[in-house]
Design a protein around this ligand. Structure first.
Ligand code: COA
Ligand code: AMP
Length: 631
């Protein structure tokens, strides 16, 4: 197979291409049309078709010879637990939990929020929803009660399934109290909560509302798979938008199943039966796609790892897991490798392990710096593949597709567009840019299967945010260029989204939290370069006249406020108090210029700046935190 041929066919004959790929999925009813384009710019894949995603991910493998194969391997260095769950066991556990949810009134189309750490029950809960045709929305454990409450109000779940606690290397995360507070804050109240009581910190159950996982399952009968329309939502996953209100990215059942299974073979080059490991979290899109759905749809063994790349117990943790379970292909974020490289630059820990079946490492979630890429290649001696995608697409927009044809690697580039994605670089008027010229990265419609068909409950926002910049194109929000060989280079975001340790955050929502402090007159948040996490958020704050509080106290209060308002995952620790913020004459805060100053990048004095002297004050303030060292 040649990449060029496969790619060209995917764009020239999308219906033939994806119709063929869809043969790998089991359907109760075939589709009427592979691509329904009757309502442009909205497209629907496999309209008229019916399937069940859980059946495809679990039951069919039990029926076709994989019953005793491990579906999930749970490895938790933070609790000292290991567990192997076969496809048969997984089917039985999922069917029973689906029965439990059904008894609580959950049916097709109902929403269920899942707020859980990296334990197999998180996957069981997700698959049980899929089995019933209910729509799950997993919320990452590093978010605060306030963020959880926003999601509860938007998704309006009938039931919430939560763990009682999460285990971070240095502390226990009190999920249950966080959940209780979120329900207190939210206007919508779930009818019931099912709590997985973990021995490390069981939660206090609220009578009449909460029941333990065991109580929920007691007396429940296993539930069968419910056929759903290909276009019905499988899940909602909230991701940072440009305001404090997150975007509820919707994933359908049909297109998702087809693209997930196709990508396992063609992007990752993995065969059914192999062990595939995505070291991420079920709360992120990487976790949805490549811890849960894609490996299981493809009949692989997936690993649920509750630990970190370093410190649990050492920087050899990833090598141990790869060797212990014979992992063929691994996927993680560059930041994890930067953490390993920092603690064990010569990869001494690697010598203790035999990575005999390990073939390839895939990295995504943030820009992969060439140093980290080359370090990983040197120590692992396997292809290290940077690939680019986002919550909205659910799979790679650009990748070196190992299952099609391995193309030469160019460090700094996630290679060429994946089949189905017609990636274009456009200028602000919609004109196409030449090779090497940086512009907005757009994708010509239709997007391939698995990409978001809409935003939950807000089609208007979907069209406004993604489809309105240039007619017929999807706005990725990234800026970059293609070189003369068609390789894509992702350079920056065009909005206020920053990427902290592979986690996507909006500086706009950090600003909303900072601005809510009673002593703050105005503020700006920017992402500054960080050696480990790629970027870190930094807040610049102007106080109201007359506030004479001690600045250290104020800074502590602001840091605490962001931790409470967004969550520890924001890693918000940098804040400076300044007298004023640099603005254009029309009042727009010059965040981009401040970021460049902080990162010691070249910058030019904006022609529209109100008062250039402010930038000297900003530089001096940033220097107190160790930034803006040049000049
Ligand atoms: N539940 C609750 N809190 C969590 C959490 C979770 N699931 N995950 C992280 N946090 C907390 C951390 O404990 C930390 O809190 P602290 O401020 O009290 O220390 C905070 O959120 C920041 O976490 P993180 O950015 O992950 O930093 P870290 O110092 O704990 O670990 C790395 C650093 C590089 C090891 C870690 O970021 C990592 O492994 N990253 C991989 C990224 C990844 O998987 N991205 C997903 C997209 S592919
Ligand atoms: P998320 O939705 O959390 O997956 O974040 C998506 C965003 O992360 C993208 O729009 C990019 O800005 C960034 N991103 C993801 N993968 C890469 C990559 N391989 N290279 C550069 N940026 C990336």
């Amino acid at each position: 197979m040649h990449y060029d041929e496969v790619y060209a066919r995917s764009l020239n004959d999308p219906e033939g291409f994806w119709g063929e790929a869809a043969q790998a999925i089991d359907w109760y009813k075939p589709w009427d049309r592979v691509l329904d384009d009757s309502n442009k710019p909205l497209y629907r894949w496999f309209a008229g078709g019916e399937l069940n995603t859980c059946y495809n991910a679990v039951d069919r493998h039990v029926e076709r010879g994989r019953a005793e194969q491990a579906a999930i391997i749970y490895d938790s260095p933070v609790t000292g637990t290991k567990e192997r769950i076969t496809y048969r066991e997984l089917r039985d556990r999922v069917a029973l939990f689906a029965g439990a949810l059904a008894r609580l009134g959950v049916g097709k189309g109902d929403r269920v929020i899942i707020y859980m750490p990296m334990v197999p029950q998180a996957l069981v809960a997700m698959l049980a929803c899929a089995r019933l045709g209910a729509i799950h929305s997993v919320v990452f454990g590093g978010f605060s009660s306030r963020e959880l409450a926003t999601r509860i109000d938007d998704a309006k779940p009938k039931v919430i399934v939560a763990g009682s606690c999460g285990i971070e290397p240095t502390r226990v995360v009190h999920y249950k109290p966080l959940l209780d507070k979120a329900i207190e804050l939210s206007a919508h109240k779930p009818e019931r909560c099912v709590i997985l009581q973990r021995p490390q910190e069981p939660g206090t159950l609220v009578a009449g509302r909460d029941l333990s996982w065991e109580e929920a399952e007691a007396g429940a009968t296993p539930h069968d798979c419910v056929p759903v329309a290909a276009t019905d939502p499988l899940y909602i996953l909230y991701t940072s938008g440009t305001t404090g209100k997150p975007k509820g990215v919707v994933r359908d059942n049909g297109g998702h199943a087809v693209a997930m299974q196709w990508s396992m073979q063609h992007v990752y080059g993995v065969e059914p039966g192999e062990v595939y490991w995505a070291a991420s979290d079920v709360g992120w899109v990487v976790g949805h796609s490549y811890i849960v759905y894609a490996p299981l749809l493809h009949g692989c063994t997936t690993i649920v790892y509750e630990g970190k790349p370093v410190g649990t117990p050492d920087p050899g943790a990833f090598w141990r897991v790869i060797s212990e379970y014979d992992v063929g292909v691994m996927f993680t974020a560059p930041t994890a490798f930067r953490a390993i490289k920092r603690e064990d630059p010569k990869a001494e820990h690697l010598k203790r392990y035999d990575l005999k079946n390990f073939r390839a490492l895939f990295l995504a979630g943030e820009r992969c710096d060439p140093d980290t890429l080359m370090w990983a290649e040197n120590v692992l001696k396997v292809p290290v593949i940077d690939h680019w995608w986002q919550t909205e697409t659910g799979w790679a927009i650009a990748a070196n597709c190992l299952g099609i044809e391995q193309l030469p690697v160019k460090p700094g580039s996630p290679t060429r567009p994946a089949p189905g994605f017609d990636v274009r670089i456009l200028d602000e008027y919609g004109g196409e840019m030449g090779a090497g010229e940086t512009g907005r990265i757009m994708i010509r419609l239709p997007l391939p299967p698995s990409c978001l068909p809409t935003l939950w409950g807000d089609e208007e926002r979907f069209i406004r945010s993604y489809l309105s910049t240039h007619e017929g194109y999807y706005l990725t929000g990234d800026a970059g260029y293609k070189d003369e060989d068609g390789y894509v280079f992702i350079m920056s975001r065009i909005d206020d989204i920053i990427n902290v340790a592979g986690h996507r955050l909006s500086t706009g929502s950090i600003e909303e939290v900072l601005a809510s402090h009673p002593d703050v007159a105005e503020c700006a948040a920017i992402g500054v370069h960080d050696e480990l996490k790629g970027e870190l958020p930094l807040g610049l704050v102007v106080l109201k006249a007359g506030v004479d509080k001690d600045h250290d106290t104020l800074r502590r209060e602001l840091i605490e406020r962001v931790r409470d308002g967004i969550g520890p995952v924001a890693a918000f620790k940098l804040v400076v108090i300044v007298d004023r913020l640099p603005k254009t004459r029309s009042g727009k805060i010059l965040r981009g210029t401040m970021k460049k100053i902080a990162d010691n990048q070249e910058w030019t004095m904006p022609a529209t700046i109100d008062d250039p002297a402010i930038l000297d004050e900003i530089r001096a303030a940033l220097q107190t935190l160790g930034y803006a060292r040049n000049g």
